[in-house]
Design a protein around this ligand. Structure first.
Ligand SMILES: [Zn+2]
Length: 142
């Protein structure tokens, strides 16, 4: 790869990271103010009621927010690696960080992995867009 291509990819990832930080900060500020449910279009939940994904339409695009979650020790060990836990948990073990970003509009095949103690699945951009377009407020993930 040329240096130019490396630079462009580096800038692209920095741009995406800034977008993710902005999306996360926006949702967390709504949650702190107690306004999240007013702005949330739809929440995807497991059968036991865990919020696995929340969707917030904004003028800049649709924000998808995966709340922080905790896995049981058994499930955590089955589903993750030591490197993954070090990079993506709050406690280095089984309290997984919240994550947010903008729903890609032109990325065919994009999916987001979701997990809780009761379910592990991936959701597609199409499934998210369809739930929003249909005006659903809650979707139970099977
Ligand atoms: Zn659950």
């Amino acid at each position: 790869m040329t240096n130019d291509a490396t630079r462009v990819i580096g800038e692209m990832f920095a741009y995406l990271e800034r977008d993710e930080e902005m999306a996360l900060a926006w949702v967390e500020s709504l949650r702190r103010r107690g306004d999240a449910s007013k702005h949330r279009a739809v929440a995807f939940r497991c059968r036991k009621g865990c919020s696995m994904l929340e969707v917030y339409p904004t003028p800049r695009g649709v924000i998808v927010y995966r709340p922080r979650y905790r896995l049981s020790p058994t499930r955590n060990a089955e589903q993750s690696s030591a490197e993954g836990r070090a990079a993506n948990t709050e406690d280095g073990d089984r309290r997984w960080k919240a994550h947010a970003g903008f729903l890609p509009t032109e990325w065919e095949g994009w999916t987001m992995p979701l997990a809780c103690d009761h379910a592990e699945l991936s959701i597609s951009a199409d499934a998210i867009s369809t739930a929003v377009a249909d005006g659903k407020r809650a979707v139970i993930c099977e």
